[in-house]
Design a protein around this ligand. Structure first.
Ligand code: F6R
Length: 260
């Protein structure tokens, strides 16, 4: 794992934006795996700004989002479809016909999950998968005890995840219980992974992901198996790591190492 520690959220997001921009410049038709959540908003803001100011183009890219709530139509204001339109798709030149999210309102969500896996495969797989992390160590909606061999499927959300996401809904009861999510193995099949975590609330999950045992109890720890996983943290999210001196030594202030 490449652990990059930046002094604050802003520099962490700029660092992440650099990596996304490099991917898209090197391969204009890159397949991007996208994530939602509060952590990603400033990253999408930074990418939209680079599109406006520097002409960074997403016109030839294809995208696949990690997850979507079951029962929410794409037009629902709290759906991840809506989130992506507002945060990113409407602000850059991405071709909307090549953006994909799981169909949360499908009559048969199980069949829709299988179709989603097939779509990713037909697109040639994901070049760069963006990820956030839940306070309980989830990636996508792969909650603790999710199979490390899982593929896109239906997951029941934990109460802690529903409570964390309740802020977008009117009440806990209204917060969806189920989601379609890429599986842990789907995520690990991406050619590169880029996980972002900011803020003290993520520090425990980050420490378990990076330095804890590989375990379904912390699905994000599965990234220890990925040959090209980059973890971008701000100081607060890195607060419970014990090998910080080493990470700083290899990547001073989050910079590339001499061999990168
Ligand atoms: C969202 C997703 C989730 C979030 C995670 C962190 O597509 O897959 O795993 O990345 O719940 O969410 P925030 O950033 O809101 O703390």
């Amino acid at each position: 794992m490449k652990v990059l520690i930046l002094p604050d959220e802003h520099s962490a997001m700029q660092r992440a934006a650099d990596i996304v921009a490099r991917t898209v410049r090197n391969k204009p038709d890159a397949v991007l795996g996208l994530a939602t959540g509060g952590t990603m908003l400033p990253l999408y803001e930074a990418l939209a700004q680079r599109h406006r100011d520097e002409g960074l183009s997403f016109a030839a890219t294809t995208s696949f989002n990690l997850d979507e709530y079951i029962g929410l139509a794409p037009e629902h204001p709290c759906s991840y479809h809506s989130y992506m339109r507002e945060a990113f798709f409407d602000r850059v030149d991405i071709d909307r016909t090549r953006t994909h999210l799981p169909k949360g309102d499908a009559d048969d969500p199980q069949a829709a999950s299988l179709e989603y896996e097939a779509l990713i495969e037909n697109a040639g797989g994901i070049d760069l998968q963006l990820l956030g992390i839940g306070q309980n160590g989830h990636i996508g909606f792969n909650e603790p005890t999710a199979s490390l061999g899982s593929r896109t499927r239906i997951k029941t959300l934990t109460d802690s995840t529903r409570r964390a996401n309740q802020r977008y809904f009117n009440s806990f009861e209204e917060t969806p219980r189920y989601a379609i999510t890429m599986g842990v193995a789907t995520i690990l099949a991406s050619r590169k992974c880029l996980l972002l975590a900011t803020g003290e609330a993520k520090a425990d999950a980050v420490a378990r992901m990076v330095e804890g045992p590989l375990s379904a109890a912390c699905p994000a720890s599965a990234l220890q198996l990925h040959a090209k996983a980059t973890i971008i943290l701000d100081d607060a999210a890195a607060g419970q790591l014990t090998l910080t001196d080493y990470y700083e030594n290899v990547h001073p202030q989050g910079r590339d190492s001499v061999f990168d």
